[in-house]
Structures are given as C-alpha cells and as structure tokens.
Design a protein around this ligand. Structure first.
Ligand SMILES: [Zn+2]
Length: 305
C-alpha cells in the first residue's frame, strides 16, 4: 500500500517591523555573535526547566500560532534540540516548535509567572508548575508535526549541528571531501552553515590554527593526515568551547594563564582577537586579516601556506 505524502504543517510568521526596530536600540549581549557552543549553553538553561515537565500553560504571541496552545497544553517536553541558530522544542504530543532568534530574540527562564519587566514582546511562553520559559522578540517561530520538521526550509539548507552527539570526525572528513566543499578555501567553508551548522568566526580561526592549516587552503589539497587532523580538531575545539564556556585553550593552560592574572577574554583563545601578540606555540606574532568579510587570525609559522 502506498502511503500518502503528508504536506508539512508550516506556519511561518513575518517580522514585526515595529518591535524589531525598537530592539535595535538595545546593546548587544555578546561581544560577538554567538556560535554553536553559546547557543547550546543557552538552550541548556531552557531545557533544564522544561525537559520531562508537563506544560500547564503555553502562550503564543503571534496570532496564527495561537491555535496550538490547546493541543500542547498538558503535553510533556521531550527535549530541546539545537540546529545551528535554530532551536527545536519537541513535545510528546507529536508537535515541535521551531524558533530562530535571529538578531533580536532572547530566552528568559524565570519562576512560574514571575515575568521580567521588559518592553520586549513575548512571542512564546511555556509554563510548567514551577517555571516559565519565555521567548521574547523572535519573529521566526513555527509549529510542525515532529515527523515533518526536516522539511523546514532552514533545516534543509544547513549541515549537521557541530555539537550533535551523532557527528563523528569521519563524517566531518567526508563532508570536507564532498563536491560541495572540497574545492573551496577553508576560510569560506568554515563559515558556511551548510557545511556544519553552528560554526562561526572565532571557531574558524581557532580550529584552523590548532589543525595547523592555512585558511586559504582547500580540503582537496590536504594530505590524508591533515584532513583527519582538521576533522578531529573541528569537533574537539567546538566541544571544548561548549564544555569550558567559550574557552578553546586546554583547561590546564587556561587555568595557568588565569593564575598569572590574565582575564577570561585574554586567556580563552589561541589566536582569535590576539593580533600582534606572540603565538602561544611558537612566539611568532599573530596576524589579523579579513576573509569572507570577517576578521580571521593566523600564525604564519604554525599555519604555513
Ligand atoms: Zn605559531
């Protein structure tokens, strides 16, 4: 018997220009754009109060989504999954809420109904018996049948999440060697969410430095050894940054620098943001340049052309 193709339920909502504009006056909360590790840590805070909890009340700020409050009330939250900058909240009612914070969205977790004072617009409020998880200002929110979520246009476009437990270094190496990425300079590949979702500017500089590879090189020109090292380093540095709250140096080295009086900002990276300072490996001065319109940091000795 042939199964009927189910058209995915997609409810996308356009940007609310007025509220988006008002958010422009807010100061950025990060020194630079959050990347995979920062996004996953933010999701962890929301997941900590929602996972395996019953939804007593759910509010949608966007009119077309309000009809989902009823089917979701009384359901349990299964998990919060990150895909690059998108967050998937899975419910045991067979529904998944897709949300993307874009530039303005922000999650807040508070005691049940102790809503913070803010002029931001509440777009999604998930309330358990003890807590409220609140998403403000985000406009890219939609509700899907969980089985259809992979049909979301954004998810179809992006690669595996850099922090996915299913991602292996062999898979990363395979993607590097694939037709889509093997002939492009790595400085471009390492910003491309279609390669791996969650990679970003500081991870790009740090991964290529630790792998000892010049950013202008292409995957197809690397030796087997270099390719394996790059794939392993990609996972190691991303996972370390997640575990150590944004630090890519080995923990012992980071702690030693802190002991000597270095700030978090000065001690966290190998090369990123360290222009003209000595390389931590060979003492050569770190160079800052621009690639794909974003700053990139390299050591000419450790990353020869
Ligand atoms: Zn060096």
């Amino acid at each position: 018997m042939q199964l009927q193709c189910v058209v995915p339920r997609l409810y996308e909502v356009g940007d609310d220009t007025d509220s988006a504009r008002s958010e422009l006056t807010l100061k950025p909360r990060f020194m630079f754009m959050p990347e995979g590790p920062e996004i996953r840590r933010a999701a962890d805070k929301v997941e900590a109060v929602l996972k395996n909890k019953t939804v007593e009340k759910i509010e949608f700020g966007l009119q077309p989504l309000k009809k989902f409050a009823k089917p979701l009330k009384g359901s349990n939250v299964l998990s919060l999954e990150t895909r690059g900058k998108a967050l998937l909240t899975h419910f045991d009612a067979g529904l998944t809420i897709y949300s993307h914070n874009q530039l303005y969205g922000v999650w807040r977790v508070v005691r049940r109904d102790k809503l913070p004072t803010t002029n931001r617009q509440l777009r999604l409020g998930i309330h358990t018996d003890r807590h409220s998880a609140l998403l403000y200002s985000a406009s890219d929110i939609s509700v899907w049948q969980t089985g259809d979520i992979e049909e979301h246009p954004f998810l179809k476009r992006i690669g595996p999440d850099i922090l996915s437990p299913n991602l292996t270094w062999q898979l990363v190496a395979e993607r590097l060697q694939s037709k889509a990425f093997s002939g492009r300079a790595l400085n471009s590949v390492y910003l491309d969410q279609a390669f791996l979702a969650g990679l970003g500017n500081y991870l790009r500089s740090e991964i290529l430095f630790v792998a000892g590879i010049h950013p202008g090189q292409k995957a197809r020109d690397l030796s087997k050894g270099q390719l394996g090292k790059l794939a392993r380093t990609t996972l190691d540095i991303s996972r370390r940054s997640y575990a150590l709250e944004g630090v890519t140096l080995p923990e012992r080295q980071y702690r030693a620098l802190k002991k000597q009086g270095a700030t978090y900002g000065k001690a966290r990276f190998f090369v990123f943001g360290r222009a003209s300072q000595p390389c931590r490996v060979c003492r050569t001065k770190i160079q800052r340049s621009t690639a794909n319109s974003r700053r990139i940091y390299t050591c000419s000795t450790c990353q020869p052309i």
